[in-house]
Design a protein around this ligand. Structure first.
Ligand code: ZN
Length: 123
């Protein structure tokens, strides 16, 4: 009888661990961050875009300044002193591997996530 209870507990524990792992895995796959490159150099890594308060990063490139905002799973260029303003007019990036480029400043912002972490060796 007590043996049965022990096995029941072990079985339950295994099930709980499996459910927990699946749940945790799903949370993880939603995790998004971003990388900011100047030229081909990694300038800054943003661990998470999931913050609910909007945060600002000011990036000074040799060619000019970009003010980047991120939060709520998105990242975008709020302000830039580049000539064409393509980066500022770009829609907010929220998909893994989505890229915002400021060509005049040789700036590149890339959304990163669990799915792409192994595939983004080139850059
Ligand atoms: Zn720009």
């Amino acid at each position: 009888m007590s043996k049965n209870i022990k096995w029941a507990i072990v079985f339950l524990a295994v099930v709980l661990i499996c459910v927990g792992a699946i749940f945790f895995g799903q949370l993880n796959s939603k995790h998004k961050g971003a990388e900011i490159y100047i030229g081909s150099q990694l300038y800054q890594t943003i661990e998470s875009l999931e913050n609910e308060d909007i945060r600002t990063v000011t990036v000074e490139t040799p060619d000019g300044t970009n003010t980047i905002c991120y939060g709520e799973g998105k990242i975008w260029v709020e302000q830039a002193d580049c000539k064409n303003q393509v980066c500022v007019n770009h829609a907010k990036a929220s998909l893994v591997d989505e890229v915002i480029i400021c060509a005049p400043h040789k700036l590149l912002i890339k959304v990163t996530g669990e799915d792409s972490s192994q595939a983004d060796v080139v850059l």
